[in-house]
Design a protein. Structure first.
Length: 188
């Protein structure tokens, strides 16, 4: 049941999909728009979404008559629009100056626990023991919490120019990720 190799593999895979380090410019931008990010709340909501999806993901999608590919495409669309916001410097999503809602949407979902993360969790569940996937999720949630909690410090270290450069670069990366998800999930 407890397998350190599986836990390590799951943790690395989820870390690359969640890409919390690459999300730093988005986190900084969201915090600047809303005034504050509730790190614990965002981490908790993302964690609940991931754990529920670990155990009930396929059933939830089946309940709505959805397949994993359609779900991934919807998530890709949101990721694409977030990337466009970052690259163009224009607000496409209406953001309220309320850290309680900003910490949940778009931060906890779809940024941290988005379609890519959830489809990855379904894939991992089919390949690894669910307990090892759960531990990998918890490890990543700890990393997410640390990045969210230190985002102000990170922004100060990067400075305005560094933050702007990161925002543009990672905006392009988000666009590329969205296009990759589109390409891999479109069926002709």
């Amino acid at each position: 049941m407890l397998n350190l190799k599986e836990i390590f593999s799951v943790s690395i895979i989820l870390f690359s999909v969640i890409d919390i380090v690459g999300s730093i410019p988005i986190i900084i931008d969201l915090r600047n728009k809303s005034g504050k990010i509730e790190s614990f709340k965002a981490t908790l909501v993302a964690g609940v979404i991931m754990v529920v999806f670990l155990y009930l993901g396929k059933s939830i999608l089946n309940l709505f008559g959805l397949d994993v590919e359609s779900f991934a495409l919807a998530g890709a669309l949101i990721i694409f629009l977030l990337g466009m916001e970052m690259v163009l410097g224009k607000d496409l999503f209406k953001t309220e100056a309320n850290p309680k809602t900003t910490s949940i949407v778009p931060l906890a979902f779809p940024l941290i626990a988005g379609a890519g993360t959830m489809t990855t969790i379904l894939t991992l569940r089919s390949e690894y023991h669910h307990f090892n996937v759960l531990i990998g999720i918890l490890i990543n949630l700890l990393l997410v919490f640390l990045v969210l909690k230190t985002s102000t410090w990170i922004e100060k270290k990067l400075g305005r120019a560094g933050t702007d450069i990161l925002r543009k670069v990672f905006g392009i990366i988000l666009l590329a990720i969205a296009i990759k998800i589109f390409k891999s999930n479109l069926q002709f």
